[in-house]
Design a protein around this ligand. Structure first.
Ligand code: GLA
Length: 384
């Protein structure tokens, strides 16, 4: 799938320079939704879909970025990087250069070719993969490289400070630090993490509702604001609760009546989701798949009903999976309001599971969903 040879030879033909080639994966989150910016817990896995970047230095001070997917080239001056985004795919790679320059890195001229197969707008973190792979590529030229967690934080800043999307750390972190055959329980407060093994006989089946997801749009920041408003009320009473990570269900009981009803529900989701996420890692460690499935079902109900983060298509996709042979657990994954469901399924049942789910979904919505049978892949690295 991630054959660097094609991208390398295209780069060579286009720019007459031998490139170094890097890869960074997309992700699905098994559990822990809208908890990252509340400094809580998430448990994503890196997936088989990824973005590749080929880079070579230039001597004319230009930054030339070519997207194989969009068949489009963008040219910048290394000495005069843009100060604002242009609502274009190139915001992500050039945003990385902008943030690195802000860190004091001297950004040279370079040619960068990009190709990826992470489905766009599906909630599988194509933008995080693009940022992380660009970060690896550019720092290979500057020589100032970063440990994975630091690179992830810089790439999150690309979203927050340049692109203008108010996301948390999860997507960039897992893309930079994923481990083959493992999920990663990340503490978004101090970025410490624990690897949780995905059993070899379990497949990760990703079902795309084909309803487009966007975190720059209105719903993601609205939910974030609503949950943070509840946190502020708790903090005003007892202090020491800068983030919902620090709040408890007792806090909600005590001061919930002062909150807007929606804020109360958003906070309830975040507080209970942190508990579920930590419990899910323990269950995975013990190999207790029934418990993992139960927690995923609870997480979906909470995400849909309390957080208001789902949509009819995703609720139906989760529902339709319930009685299919081999299912361990199913839920909507990622930023919400569309995108994909993640299903843990016994590998021997995965193909039949995918086929039946697709035909059920088509029968209800008249839409052919893309369904991918994946495994937990490794994080970003150099390919050649
Ligand atoms: C998006 C964001 C993440 C996280 C999830 C929700 O993927 O980029 O930071 O907030 O939504 O869990």
């Amino acid at each position: 799938m991630h054959d660097p040879v094609v991208l390398r030879s295209k780069h060579l033909a286009r720019f007459q320079a031998e490139p170094a080639v890097f890869v960074a994966p997309g992700r699905v989150n098994l559990i822990g939704e809208h908890t990252d910016y509340a400094e809580g817990f998430v448990m994503p896995v890196a997936i088989d879909f990824a973005t590749l970047a080929a880079i070579s230095p230039r001597s004319d001070g230009k930054i030339v970025i070519y997207s194989e997917n969009f068949e489009e080239e963008k040219i910048f001056e290394a000495a005069a990087l843009p100060v604002a985004p242009s609502k274009h795919w190139s915001d992500y790679p050039i945003g990385v250069a902008v943030i690195l320059a802000g860190e004091g890195q001297k950004i040279p001229g370079f040619s960068l070719s990009i190709w990826g197969d992470v489905p766009l707008g599906s909630g599988l973190s194509s933008s995080a993969a693009l940022e992380v792979v660009t970060g690896l590529a550019i720092t290979s030229l500057t020589g100032v490289t970063y440990p994975g967690p630091v690179l992830a934080r810089l790439c999150q800043r690309v979203e927050n400070e340049f692109v203008g999307a108010n996301c948390g750390i999860m997507d960039q972190f897992i893309s930079a630090n994923g481990e083959e055959n493992h999920a990663l329980l990340l503490d978004c407060r101090d970025l410490s993490f624990k690897l949780a093994p995905i059993p070899a006989d379990i497949a990760i089946v990703i079902a795309n509702t084909m309803v487009k997801h966007s975190i720059a749009g209105g719903d993601y920041p609205t939910r974030r604001r609503e949950s943070e408003a509840a946190c502020a009320i708790i903090n005003s009473h007892r202090g020491g609760v800068p983030f919902l990570r620090d709040a408890t269900l007792e806090d909600l009981e005590k001061w919930g009546h002062e909150m807007e009803p929606k804020s109360y529900l958003r906070a309830k989701h975040v507080i209970t989701e942190d508990l579920r996420t930590v419990a899910a890692e323990k269950a995975l460690e013990k190999g207790d798949l029934a418990e993992v499935g139960r927690l995923m079902a609870e997480a979906h109900a909470s995400y849909s009903k309390d957080f208001g983060g789902s949509c009819p298509e995703a609720d139906a996709m989760v529902e339709m999976a319930q009685d299919l042979p081999g299912l361990v657990g199913a839920r909507l994954t990622g930023g919400g309001f569309g995108g994909c469901t993640v299903n843990l399924v016994k590998r021997e049942n995965a193909k039949a599971f995918a086929e039946t789910l697709a035909s059920r979904y088509f029968a209800k919505f008249g839409i052919h969903p893309q369904i991918h049978i994946c495994h937990a892949s490794g994080g970003a690295h150099r390919l050649s």
